[in-house]
Design a protein around this ligand. Sequence first.
Ligand code: 5GP
Ligand code: ZN
Length: 122
Amino acid sequence: MDNCIFCKIAAKQIPSKLIYEDDDVLAFHDINPAAPVHFLIVPKKHIATLADCTNEDAALLGKMSLLAPKLAEQLGCGYNAAGDGKGGFKTLFNIGPDGGQEVYHLHMHVLGGPRPWGRSMA
Ligand code: 5GP
Ligand code: ZN
């Protein structure tokens, strides 16, 4: 998709602080973090919003959801459910103008780290 910033990041035309990449998705740090850890999980396929997803995208959305706790763990903000019950993170999709969406290429925010966080997205 021309002029889509996240398509350009996926195509390596714009640099990002990459965390993870496979054939379907990539994850990179948000340029303007709202929490001590704030990264985005982004499909390589251009889909404008969650509201544009169809049943064909179910596996992709599942993959994005399952990646969130794994990458959060790698970045030190996993939820230690089986252990001390500490840690944890938030996942978030913004959808459309009233949802506060700024970039119209599907992305899941993952936010974590010790609270309080600065810029509120809670
Ligand atoms: P939205 O409001 O669309 O859900 O969130 C878009 C997010 O993308 C924002 O948190 C913003 O900081 C981030 N962002 C926008 N442009 C870039 C960029 O060029 N690189 C990175 N890494 N993040 C970006
Ligand atoms: Zn795109």
